[in-house]
Design a protein around this ligand. Sequence first.
Ligand SMILES: Cc1cc2nc3c(=O)[nH]c(=O)nc-3n(C[C@H](O)[C@H](O)[C@H](O)COP(=O)(O)O)c2cc1C
Length: 184
Amino acid sequence: MSKKKRLILGISGSLRAQSFNTHLLKYTLGRIAHNNNVIVKIANLYLPLFNEDIENSVGVPSKVLKLAELVRSADAIVISTPEYNKNLSGVLKNALDWVSRVKPQPWSGKPIIIMSAASGQSGGERAQNSLRLCLAPFDPILYFAPEVAVPDASNAFDAQNIPKSKIIREKIERQISNLDAYLE
Ligand SMILES: Cc1cc2nc3c(=O)[nH]c(=O)nc-3n(C[C@H](O)[C@H](O)[C@H](O)COP(=O)(O)O)c2cc1C
């Protein structure tokens, strides 16, 4: 009997068309799909700015409900966040705040790999730390090592948008192996 395919949801905290975080995310999703029988989807974070007035008048927007449903149905999630002023992006925080308004909240017990790409030498480490704090209320399963943080992002990808660094690629494989139990 064929097993149901697992769903892996990718979330990029950048809306930029040539985002390095989206490159990193897509590379990682490709690697997961290469080794596992999975379906991958990428979330759409083009959402209205969070405003309780919207919620209290017309309700939670349909795009947010769709995103929350994707999170709920995902077997595992990969998030790549830019670093803006030493923090996660506002786009990503906005999405987290919106999804938190959908009950029951969908993140609980979800295995999540976190990564970042940034122009600074720390590769977005601080953005990852702030993202972990933002996810903490939702009680997901977070992996802390190895940290996939891509520094000097504008020079870090080749023409196919693959991370040039073997060390980064190996760290991605080790993070993917953290998900193996969920992908079997
Ligand atoms: C408002 C703003 C703040 C930024 N702050 C940081 C920062 O704190 N650390 C850092 O390494 N890069 C910072 N950057 C540079 C980003 O790392 C760089 O623009 C990166 O490419 C953004 O991610 P993306 O390519 O996925 O869009 C900042 C960029 C912007 C636009």
